[in-house]
Ligand binder design. Structure first.
Ligand code: ADP
Length: 393
């Protein structure tokens, strides 16, 4: 069953000349969690505020379960919002803050405070109920805000960068807490965040860029198959190999300075009838150095020749920069204890079993009705499949 749905939601601020959100469709199953990520100014908070009723959409509908709540004020929608600042009531103690929602809903005082203590227990704040918010740390205050949101009994929780002001250790503790709360209370959650690790707490992640939803996918899928170059660049960690996708009777191929890839799987089904520019994406951690020289003695497959031009440490690993024969620079992380001197000629190729993915280039206009085909090549265990197995000079 649907917990929260946005249907063709558009939004424009008064006096603005462009929409802040363009016809976004989003659905979160009851008890599910979706994280919205995107660059600053991409419309994440606006979308959350539209869901909350704090902003009115220019067009489209907001549904909670099967109720259309678009015309309802925030307090009548049946959802709670937690934002970066906890906004607690200083004149009430911690228990009073958490009991506030139930009290407003007509729950008798004693029962509301009992309920508040139950939620304070859930957020590991037993024994602090008599304190005032000012006597708590930032992390504790945010726990109170979460308890207060949940104590209302509302089923949809909107989290707007809720842990953004906490340090890394506290943030990670809050991530764990969020998992516990979901297991205990099972709310439907929309989380707005710019932290990609935090977004991976959700079952699904939506990527919003310039008010448009580029992709909604399970976090692992997002890293394997970014829908557009913009999404890939936002996620980071991809090496981009510009080239061309060519349809052949044996399926589409990606041809570039790195050689030729057969793109199997859904590529054929997607059916591109004409050649077009496409960028091959390879996860940086999937790249390997191979010795330069004759092909004999090292695995075949697409790749590129080059020369190591720099070497530096990233944490405990060594990363070398290879200037390739097509004059681009590629970073490759070395295996532990591997060492390659600057100046060494090398080959660079994806590891056996590497997942590669091709997206159209230049970036397609997401509003365009043109059908854009995307091509997957993911052959676990067997290694990427070459249609021309030589390393290119
Ligand atoms: P995000 O949460 O992704 O950082 P926002 O939803 O805050 O993005 O903003 C989306 C766009 O709307 C931005 O271009 C921003 O400048 C604009 N915007 C946000 N709030 C207002 C406002 N109150 N009035 C006018 N424009 C706004």
């Amino acid at each position: 069953m649907t917990g929260l749905a946005l249907e063709r939601v558009r939004h424009r601020y008064p006096d603005a000349t462009v929409d802040s959100v363009h016809a976004v469709d989003l659905e979160i199953a009851s008890g599910g969690m979706l994280a919205l990520v995107g660059p600053s100014g991409s419309g994440k908070s606006t979308l959350l505020r539209v869901a909350a009723g704090l902003e009115q959409p220019t067009a489209g509908r907001v549904l909670l379960g099967d109720r259309d709540v678009t015309a309802l004020p925030p307090e009548r929608r049946g959802l709670s919002v937690v934002s970066q600042r906890p906004h607690l009531f200083d004149h009430l103690d911690v228990t009073g803050n958490v009991a506030f929602g139930p009290r407003v809903a007509g729950v008798p005082r004693r029962e509301a405070r009992t309920r508040a203590r139950r939620y304070l227990h859930l957020v590991h704040l037993d024994g602090l109920g008599r304190r005032r918010p000012g006597q708590l740390s930032g992390g504790q205050q945010q726990r109170v805000a979460l308890a207060r949101a949940l104590a209302t009994g509302r089923e949809v929780l909107l989290l707007d960068e809720p842990f953004g002001s906490l340090d890394a250790a506290l943030r990670s503790a809050m991530h764990e807490l969020l998992g516990e709360l979901r297991a205990a209370v099972d709310p439907t959650v929309l989380l707005v965040t710019h932290d990609l690790d935090e977004a991976a707490l959700a079952e699904r992640v939506g990527v919003l860029v310039d008010g448009r939803l580029h992709q909604v996918a399970e976090p692992g899928e997002l890293y394997r198959r970014p829908a557009t170059l913009t999404v890939a660049r936002l996620l980071g960690g991809f090496v981009e190999v510009p080239g061309t996708v060519v349809p052949t009777t044996g399926g589409p191929q990606h041809r570039s300075a790195w050689g030729c890839w057969s793109l199997p799987g859904d590529a054929g089904a997607a059916g591109r009838s004409t050649s077009g520019d496409a960028v091959l994406l390879v996860r940086r951690e999937d790249l390997r150095l191979v010795p330069d020289g004759p092909r004999d003695g090292h695995p075949t497959g697409p790749g590129v020749r080059g020369r190591v031009v720099a070497s530096r440490r990233r944490g405990v690993r060594v990363v070398v920069v290879v200037e390739t024969s097509d004059r681009s620079r590629v970073e490759v992380e070395l295996a532990p204890r591997e060492d390659v001197a600057v100046g060494t000629p090398v080959g660079v190729r994806p590891a056996d079993g590497a997942a590669v993915w091709a997206v159209d280039a230049p970036e397609p206009d997401p509003s365009s009705t043109t059908r854009h085909t995307r091509h997957a090549a993911h052959l676990p265990g067997s290694g990427p499949r070459a249609c021309d197995d030589a390393l290119r000079d």
